[in-house]
Design a protein around this ligand. Structure first.
Ligand code: OSB
Ligand code: MG
Length: 369
């Protein structure tokens, strides 16, 4: 498949609710939507980096730079048959996985459309509905958090993830557990702690948490192994796993018992599937995390969730939970059972609302072979 044109579009979407984590507070999302043409077909992908380099070192601007100056010129006019070719083409750029992902996903969408298959089917997905959980940011009071949890459970979400940081951790978990004794619950620290906090994590063993996500350094797998050996609750790695090699290292060191796979964090769907396969071979369950994507990135996440070893609910919410209006039609919807349907139509399986996309665009550039 020869990609003859690529469009980068920087869009700005206000979040319905600010999203606060240990690394900061997001109120507006700056995202790059990639559109690629091959013959008469188009495909879409998304680079959902944060605007600031606090979750990872990438920003919307570094994504644009890496795409405009390296990845897009390399891609244009090339005959790409599979995602492995693309991974090889992009390999000279070290890291910058989120930048790579937008282009990689656009290729997958194109390939699926060219073959008349859904993205899920092309990837090897086996589910037509996937389980949804919700990730709730740090709130201004515990009372407010409890209300938000209650409202999301009412909507059907199957598990609750709360964000923790020093000063917003054990006591909050204790109150949430008292209010919701049975709810599948987990916490995500986004690297806010060190091994000095091992006693705190030991106390969290009392709360029947499904897992503790990324408590220690954002690139660490050694201290996580030390922590995992001292607590009962499974650790889950997010930030530390940026490739299949990292997944293998973490499994060999026993740094975690669960892995969160975000296509954006690992460079796209090909790498996401490789991590899925390695984890499956080692009986490590995986689930799909999120980066507050628009409906286009969400489509790719939903397709990934349909793979068989995605055995735990994803961070996958309805469009309306993030944005007053999404860039796709129909918007994504979690049903009353906490499930989301996997589209069966060719490619990403949802229609892109080009008119709305245009109205939220703050920068655009098109490149031709
Ligand atoms: O750590 O999983 C994370 C959002 C932005 C950056 C990092 C994370 C998150 C989330 C929200 O937890 C996931 C989502 O609903 O998209
Ligand atoms: Mg996380």
């Amino acid at each position: 498949m020869r990609i003859d044109r690529v469009q980068l579009r920087h869009i700005r979407l206000p979040l319905v609710h600010p999203f606060e984590t240990s690394f900061g507070r997001e109120t507006i999302r700056d995202i790059i939507i990639v559109k690629a043409w091959a013959g008469g077909l188009v495909g879409y992908g998304e680079s959902a980096s944060m605007a600031k380099p606090f979750y990872s070192y990438e920003t919307t601007e570094t994504c644009w730079h890496i795409q405009r100056d390296f990845l897009v010129p390399w891609l244009l006019g090339q005959d790409i048959t599979g995602a492995a070719d693309l991974a090889r083409l992009f390999a000279p750029v070290r890291g910058h996985e989120i930048a790579k992902t937008g282009l990689e996903q656009a290729f997958w969408d194109l390939k699926a459309r060219a073959e008349g298959q859904s993205l899920s089917t092309l990837l090897g997905g086996v589910k037509d509905r996937v389980e949804c959980g919700v990730s709730i940011g740090i709130q201004d009071s515990v009372q407010h958090l409890l209300e938000r949890i209650g409202a999301f459970l009412e909507l059907g979400y199957r598990r609750i993830k709360i964000k923790i940081k020093p000063g917003w951790d054990r006591e909050v978990v204790d109150k949430v557990r008292q209010a919701f004794p049975q709810v599948p619950l987990m916490v995500d620290a986004n690297s806010a702690y060190t091994l000095d906090d091992v006693d705190l994590f030991k106390t969290l063993d009392d709360y029947d948490l499904m897992m503790i996500e990324q408590p220690l350094g954002y690139d660490d797998i050694v201290d996580h192994a030390k922590l995992q050996s001292q607590i009962m609750t499974p650790l889950c790695l997010d930030e530390s796993i940026t490739s299949a090699a990292h997944a293998r290292w973490a499994i060999e060191l026993e740094s975690c018992r669960i892995i969160n796979i975000k296509p954006g964090r690992v460079g796209g769907l090909h790498q996401a599937r490789r991590i899925h396969d390695i984890c499956q071979e080692h009986s490590i369950p995986v689930w799909c995390g999120g980066l507050l994507e628009s409906g286009i990135g969400r489509a790719h996440n939903v397709a990934v969730c349909s793979l068989p070893n995605f055995r735990l609910p994803a961070d996958l919410s309805s469009s309306s939970r993030y944005y007053s209006k999404d860039v796709v039609l129909p918007p994504w919807q979690v049903d009353a059972q906490g499930m989301m349907s996997v589209p069966a139509a060719p490619g990403i399986g949802v229609e892109v609302d080009e008119e709305y996309l245009e109205s939220v665009t703050v920068g655009e550039q098109t490149f031709s072979a």
